[in-house]
Design a protein around this ligand. Sequence first.
Ligand SMILES: [Zn+2]
Length: 245
Amino acid sequence: MYQRTDALVLKSFDLREADQILTIFSRELGKIPVVAKGVKKPQSTLRGLVQPFCYSHFFMTRSGEMYLITQGRINEFFGNIREDLEKTLQAVYILELLDKSTVERDPNPPLLDLALQVLHYMNGNPASSIYLRLFEVKLLGLVGFAPMLNRCCNCRQTDNLSYFSPGGGGALCGDCASTVGGKRVMPATLAALRTLQQSGLKIIPRMRLSSAVLEQMEKVMEDYLELYLEKKLNLKEVMKTLKKP
Ligand SMILES: [Zn+2]
């Protein structure tokens, strides 16, 4: 049985001899494992298609539960990202987050499109952590865990939002924080995350955020993602280690 699909390669492992097993996030089939036979041979035509940061069109055959890639072509290659270490780590983090927030065989084309848009934008612009925050907050919405950022997640009022509670599901007002708990955050942090949640990538060049706000946004999203995805994000730790002087 033949199958065609457009997909991002999330990760790959060497299999016996020249073969690799890849995890791809495909438009039609969602996240699936696929085998790329002979891909490590120098003359393999699949080599270009299965490299990291490549969005490819794959022709596959099915053998039992497994798909085999037979041919393909590159749709878009985000090659500039690989010229920059910071951008490379950020893009790998995006792929890791895609992997950890999805289950196999559950297609989510809007989520694939979000990842492609963010990678495309990163490929043509200087490195900035703001792309990651936009990706995180929009991904959470697309997998059904959008944080409530425009009103208190306990009493629903829209004023006096100055706390955040991952367990409560988002922002908290000062009144509720004294009973429910939650960490104090700057209103500017919540406002910036709200803007990213509601807008597209085009808003990013117009956002002026202090480093304190950017740092707090990262922490807020990290706590929230860890709770809702129930997984430690390994690459986050690597990125933090690299940032240390
Ligand atoms: Zn409240």
